[in-house]
Design a protein around this ligand. Structure first.
Ligand SMILES: Cc1cc2nc3c(=O)[nH]c(=O)nc-3n(C[C@H](O)[C@H](O)[C@H](O)COP(=O)(O)OP(=O)(O)OC[C@H]3O[C@@H](n4cnc5c(N)ncnc54)[C@H](O)[C@@H]3O)c2cc1C
Length: 331
């Protein structure tokens, strides 16, 4: 039995042909890479919608090394470290910058993959480099920030042709000249000179109030990305939906709030079997206990169809959906 239920936070009852736990770099040369090998961290952004016919490689490499210069902190973190514990530890030690990213579930190694972001900060801002092991050549290399081609919830590591690249560690560069980032509406109640500790506590409280805890109610966080549309199209939408929120990206494009679109399309009560839209945060789909992969995919498709009919906007999954033979490229 190679149950994947406890290896992904949506907790669907899937099995893998083989599960390998990676705890030390010395295991790497002996791991045979095939096209159906899937690298996994803590599984909080990955959903196994059916049994998986290949090998799942669970990264649990540990270790943190901190160097200090007169102007900055350089922190090397092994990819299997828990992201939130890292944030807590650094803020506790007076090393600031990651406080807005507190309580994001998952591993450090997955953070660059989708360029995690929350409350106005993306991790790409602080990544100096990423150490990578190439399973095809069995060589290590270092990729700098530009090599990773970070974008909104995206990086080079999401490309299928790079699936054989294992991130073994991440180097963060945190300047000592810290400034709070308080632009995000949920942080507007904080004073302009709020400390990093205060921001972190506030972020934790806001997240606890808004988001379901995957330990209690299985979910994978935001199921869809916030869609990006042209400014001109947003202005058209505003004529019909004057209170539609958006975040201006540049003079041509804006990011819409997918949760708002789903909520205002009346889909908060929607469910298929035990797969359901979360009552408090419509962007999060949940497993009420006995959901199947089919339930979830049927629900997600119904949401996409309704949103494109109502607003002319296409929602793309933010989560990595896996089927029997690998990544499902479309819903
Ligand atoms: C309640 C909840 C809230 C969330 N909130 C946020 C949020 O605010 N912002 C945000 O950005 N995300 C959020 N997420 C999504 C998730 O926490 C992040 O995407 C996180 O980085 C996933 O980490 P993981 O280790 O669980 O990744 P996994 O799900 O294990 O993997 C995610 C992807 O990364 C790849 N991967 C993992 N480790 C490695 C590695 N070492 N080398 C190469 N590839 C690797 C996997 O193949 C997969 O494609 C949330 C999720 C939940 C459940």
């Amino acid at each position: 039995m190679n149950s994947l239920a406890k290896f992904h936070s949506f907790a669907l009852p899937a099995e893998a042909k083989q599960i390998i736990i990676l705890e030390t770099l010395t295991q790497l040369p002996d791991i045979v890479w095939t096209n159906d090998t899937w690298i996994l961290g803590a599984g909080s952004n990955t959903i196994f919608t059916s049994d998986y016919s290949g090998t799942v490689l669970v990264n649990q490499l540990l270790g943190v090394h901190i160097q200090e210069t007169s102007t900055r902190w350089l922190i090397d973190i092994a990819a299997g470290e828990n992201w939130h514990s890292l944030v807590l530890n650094l803020v506790e030690q007076g090393i600031f910058g990651l406080e807005n990213l507190a309580l994001i579930p998952g591993s450090v190694g997955a953070a660059p993959v989708q360029n995690i972001g929350a409350y106005g900060v993306e991790i790409s801002r602080y990544i100096k480099s990423v150490q990578v092991y190439n399973f095809k050549t069995h060589e290590f290399s270092t990729m700098n920030n530009a090599d990773c081609r970070f974008a909104y919830r995206d990086s080079i590591f999401k490309l299928t042709e790079n699936a054989h690249l294992l991130i073994t560690s991440v180097q963060l560069e945190l300047p000592k000249s810290w400034q709070p980032v308080l632009d995000y509406p949920d942080l507007s109640s904080l004073p302009r000179d709020a400390s990093a500790e205060a921001i972190m506590k506030h972020v934790i409280n806001v997240r606890n109030a808004k988001l379901p805890d995957p330990e209690k109610l299985p979910n994978a966080g935001s199921f869809f990305k916030n869609p990006i549309v042209s400014k001109a199209y947003y202005e058209e939408l505003l004529a019909t939906y004057p209170d539609m929120p958006a975040f201006v990206l540049d003079k041509h494009s804006v990011k819409l709030a997918a949760g708002w679109l789903i909520d205002h399309a009346g889909l908060k009560a929607l469910n298929v079997g035990d797969a359901a839209v979360h009552q408090r945060q419509a962007l999060v789909l949940i497993n009420r206990g006995r959901a199947s992969g089919n339930d979830l995919i049927t629900l997600a498709r119904a949401i996409c169809t309704r949103i494109s009919e109502k607003y002319g906007v296409y929602l793309e999954p933010e989560v990595r959906l896996l089927g029997q033979n690998g990544l499902l490229e479309t819903l």
